[in-house]
Design a protein. Structure first.
Length: 159
């Protein structure tokens, strides 16, 4: 059975593993491993968000998590995505539109940014507001799943 976004008592973590600029992308396998840890260790549910361009990739990548993962990639318009993100305890993403949308509806964000590209840094493009975490590296592959997993605690998600 799939979990429901309508059940307000469940803690849900949103993951947006896609970005329009490959140079700003955390490896999708890292997002997969993070989802796996959140589901198995924290016993929490995951919702994957993204545009219809990523729907096929998302369905293939996250097929192993039936019941604990809801893949909404390509299935929401902007107002629906805002409502989904508002319902989640946090969003894990690279620099992306959903990052800004989550911040605007008050959902804490764990944002992954490169710090070696003037004009594209988190200082300029990161999530606005309080309660967000930004992890930065010149090469996003250097940010480990463990580092991101540990940040869940900082945004209020406890095991």
């Amino acid at each position: 059975d799939k979990f429901s976004l309508d059940n307000g008592s469940e803690t849900i973590v949103a993951i947006h593993p896609w970005t329009s600029d490959n140079v700003k992308k955390w490896p999708v396998q890292s997002f997969y491993k993070l989802a796996e840890r959140i589901i198995t260790e924290l016993k929490l549910n995951i919702v994957i968000v993204g545009s219809s361009d990523e729907a096929a990739k998302s369905k293939k990548l996250f097929k192993d998590f039936s019941g604990k993962l809801l893949d909404l990639t390509g299935k929401t318009n902007l107002p629906e995505l805002a409502a989904v993100l508002r319902r989640c305890a946090c969003l894990v993403t690279a620099d992306s539109g959903p990052m800004h949308l989550a911040a605007s509806v008050g959902t804490p964000v764990i944002a992954l940014f490169r710090n070696d590209m003037p004009g594209k840094t988190a200082k300029r493009w990161g999530p606005w507001g309080e309660g967000h975490v930004v992890l930065e590296a010149a090469d996003l592959r250097k940010i480990s799943v463990e580092e991101v997993f540990e940040q869940l605690n900082k945004v209020g998600i406890r095991s």
